[in-house]
Design a protein around this ligand. Structure first.
Ligand SMILES: C[S@@+](CC[C@H](N)C(=O)[O-])C[C@H]1O[C@@H](n2cnc3c(N)ncnc32)[C@H](O)[C@@H]1O
Length: 197
């Protein structure tokens, strides 16, 4: 107990500069970890701060690159991220990366199947990012829509490079009267932003 107290007193205070350096170092494994691009990450950060988001849900953690961007912004807003990953190795890598960034205190990383886990989690959320197996996007959308607050946003990654597989989902988000959908121009792989009315 005393040792833990001493360790926490010796621990370096959180620094966003250091967190950003860890995110940068994660780019070398971006392809292997199927991460979003820095353009998307910067948007997640901006959006989280602008919405003063307190609760963010991510479906598909991988090694924590996108989650790291949310977490850095949530450090500012006083919010928290729940992120779900089905693969134990990627989940473990994410835990390490969140710790290295100094953001573990605002992240709840769950090792679970998001199809069942997301159904169990109670809203409301300010932001949800869908970035898991592409054929499941429509199911995730229907699952999370009731859990997002009015004025909140459902984001989905790979809307450009996986447009064919995502067709039923893309049709739904562009025709659902419950949301207004736009696409982030600067996202290399494509990012939809559906604002809940
Ligand atoms: C594209 S990667 C996520 C990348 C991450 N968002 C980032 O930018 O760093 C998709 C991840 O979703 C995970 N995944 C796929 N199906 C899942 C499910 N049913 N439940 C939880 N995670 C799932 C995969 O194991 C993979 O790590």
């Amino acid at each position: 107990m005393i040792a833990l107290l001493l360790l926490s007193l010796l621990a370096e205070p959180y620094s966003e500069e250091r967190a950003r350096a860890v995110l940068e170092s994660m780019r070398k494994d971006a392809r292997r970890h199927m991460s979003v691009d820095p353009e998307d990450g910067r948007y997640f950060y901006r959006l989280t701060v602008e919405l003063k988001a307190k609760r963010v849900l991510e479906i598909g953690t991988s090694a924590g690159y996108s989650g790291g961007w949310f977490a850095m912004a949530l450090k500012k807003t006083g919010g928290r991220l729940i992120t779900i990953e089905i693969d134990p190795e990627r989940h473990a890598a994410a835990l390490k990366n969140f710790a290295a960034m100094g953001v573990s205190d605002v992240v709840e990383a769950r090792l679970a199947n998001a199809l069942t886990e997301a159904a169990r989690i109670e809203g409301p959320f300010d932001i949800v990012l869908i970035d898991a197996w592409k054929p499941d996007y429509l199911r995730y959308y229907e699952l999370v829509l009731p859990k997002v607050r009015r004025g909140g946003a459902i984001l989905a990654h790979n809307t450009r490079n996986a447009a064919f597989t995502l067709r039923p989902f893309l049709e739904r988000i562009q025709n659902d009267p419950a949301v207004r959908t736009e696409f982030l121009d600067e996202s290399p792989q494509g990012l939809s932003v559906s604002w809940k009315k």
